[in-house]
Design a protein around this ligand. Structure first.
Ligand code: FAD
Ligand code: 2HG
Ligand code: ZN
Length: 524
């Protein structure tokens, strides 16, 4: 692991964990199953998914109930023990692991579905439920979760809410700021005076639990407090339960993989998809040829039927509804995934075919294939969703997740590639600058893959990328959050008044700063 937090000092205001603290946690959480202290067992809590950030916590706590979380926070606050909330630990900005010796509070054991209402399509679940498990439970009743991402098999809904995860279908189902109906959050400090609470049911934990767990679609009763915790990355409270508006599971799903001759052709195809697929459009993603090559080289069984790369058994094969009309996707610089969710397969297929025909006639698409089975669709999605994993397998990777005006989004990839090549970090040095992402949302994933971490290379990438994004009025974090990685870069995307207000809110809710210190907010 490579700890990329040079310059951050442990805050001496925080206490060191004592044996007495451990005894308290064991008594509270029912013995050792809820209190992890063994050094091997602690390793996965101390390291992130990329093995890039590493802390040295001596304890990971695994509470099962909201009351236990509230009690842990009460104790840690009184003892000035810093706490890092952790869900599935799939975050990409170093937010979910300790920087030093913070207590890890894992929501992994809080994995109960509390309620699913089939009439209103609402789901209430504990924060530690795995996204895929929730989607499967929703599927059994004809619904789907309104978000989907490559990490679905490991990430938890509390982590999704805390990062305001975007994912593959935001273009259709919107952001979690819209689909989260309610939250329950344990706070580090009580918001009610101690003593008997006026309404015990709504103030468990002595006023440390903020109960906003409604499932109402409409509720204009003053400030929408839950929004503060959506995307707060564990700096304001610990999300213990979530109420979500589910979407109806589509009866018909169509997926096309397309090869495009230029980035202009990609954006023209996006516009055409919006116009021609309109109400059924559910995802528009893009990847460049280097991403395709990386995924097909480093992941077993992953292929690109248009480029002819990879794809052993189980790889993406050509669909029966193959739209290739003599042209070839081989050598294409860009690929796109265009998906529809609808209720009538014949209708959706006609729309998709008309869209493909038009895109090919207009020269925006050189070749395309339609998945003709669920297995083929899964294989095509694996090509796109596997890019992060392929990059991690290749070696060191510098990740940027930016919002930029869609039309010029890829210019940043080209400019950075040229900049690095000019400094000797080109293909010959094993460096690849690749771009992919959620083009339908104006969200570029810019990744630099290198044989090893290299501070000179990093110095060429940062602050160049952040300055570029700021100059184009973009965002330095479209969907992954700020975490530790970008805490000192926040001012590229937020003005001083906004940052000051964030600090004041943090100070109000967490006056001792015990929750996820060193993350999100820049050093004062
Ligand atoms: P963690 O990684 O454990 O935590 C993330 C942050 O939230 C941390 O700051 C943590 O302290 C905080 N946190 C976690 N749980 C809680 C809680 N209950 N209360 C308060 N704070 C909490 N992200 C996207 O937005 N879109 C994508 O398409 C996407 N694809 C991905 C694909 C792969 C292969 C991988 C590895 C990651 C991807 N991510 C994506 C990033 C990541 O999966 C998301 O950010 C996800 O929402 C994190 O969930 P988690 O449960 O793993 O949270
Ligand atoms: C995706 O869209 C994820 O695949 C991960 O957000 C992006 O690893 C990345 O840079
Ligand atoms: Zn993404």
């Amino acid at each position: 692991a490579r700890a990329l937090h040079a310059g951050v000092q442990r805050d001496p205001a925080f206490s060191q964990l004592s044996d007495k603290d451990l005894a308290f946690f064991e008594q509270l959480l029912g013995g050792t199953s809820g209190v992890v202290t063994d050094s091997d067992a602690l390793e996965p809590y101390n390291r992130d998914w990329q093995k890039k950030y590493e802390g040295h916590s001596r304890v990971a706590l695994r509470p099962r109930t909201t009351e236990q979380v509230a009690e842990v926070l009460r104790y840690c606050s009184s003892r000035r023990l810093a706490v890092v909330p952790q869900g599935g630990n799939t975050g990409l900005v170093g937010g979910s692991v300790p920087v030093f010796d913070e207590v890890v509070l894992s929501t992994g054991a809080m994995n109960k579905i509390l309620h699913l209402d089939e009439v209103s399509g609402t789901l209430v679940a504990q924060a530690g439920c795995i996204l895929q498990a929730l989607d499967e439970a929703a599927a059994a009743r004809g619904f789907m979760m309104p978000l989907d991402l490559g990490a679905k098999g490991s990430c938890q809904v509390g982590g999704n809410v805390s990062t305001n995860a975007g994912g593959l279908r935001l273009v259709r189902y919107g952001s979690l700021h819209g689909s989260v109906l309610g939250l329950e959050v344990a706070l580090p400090e009580p918001m009610l005076p101690s003593g008997p609470a006026p309404t015990p049911a709504s103030a468990p934990g002595g006023g440390r639990v903020l109960d906003l767990l409604r499932t109402l679609r409409k509720d204009n009763t003053g400030y929408d407090l839950k929004q503060l915790f959506i995307g707060a990355e564990g700096t304001l409270g610990i999300v213990t339960a979530v109420a979500v508006q589910l979407a109806p599971r589509p009866a018909s799903v169509q997926l096309a993989l397309l090869a495009c001759p230029s980035f202009e052709a990609v954006t023209a195809t996006l516009r055409s998809a919006r116009r021609r697929l309109a109400e059924v459009l559910s995802a528009v993603e893009f990847l460049d040829a280097d991403c395709s090559a990386l995924a097909t080289t480093h992941l077993e069984g992953v292929g690109n039927p248009l480029s002819g790369e990879g794809g052993g058994e189980g790889g993406a094969g050509r669909g029966q509804g193959d739209a290739g009309a003599g042209a070839s996707g081989r050598g294409s610089p860009f690929y796109m995934l265009v998906e529809t969710h609808g209720s009538n397969a014949q209708h959706d297929q006609e729309k998709m075919e008309a869209f493909l025909e038009a895109a090919m006639a207009e020269g925006c698409v050189a070749d395309g294939t339609l998945a003709s089975s669920e297995a083929q669709a899964r294989a095509i999605w694996r090509l796109r969703e596997g890019i992060s994993e392929a990059l991690v397998r290749r070696g060191a990777v510098y990740k940027y997740d930016v919002s930029l005006p869609t039309a010029v989004m890829y210019d940043l990839v080209t400019a950075l590639r040229q900049r690095l090549e000019g400094a000797g970090y080109g293909a010959a040095a094993g460096v690849r600058v690749v771009g992919y992402g959620h083009i339908g949302d104006g969200n570029l994933h810019l990744n630099v893959s290198a044989p090893r971490y290299d501070d000179d290379l990093l110095g060429l990438i940062e602050p160049y990328v952040y300055e570029y994004v700021a100059r184009h009025n973009g965002s330095i974090s479209a969907e992954h959050g700020i975490g530790l990685m970008k805490a000192n870069c926040l001012s590229y995307s937020k003005g001083p008044v906004a940052i000051e207000l964030m600090r004041r809110i943090k100070g109000l809710v967490d006056p001792h700063g015990i929750l996820n210190p060193y993350k999100v907010l820049p050093k004062p």
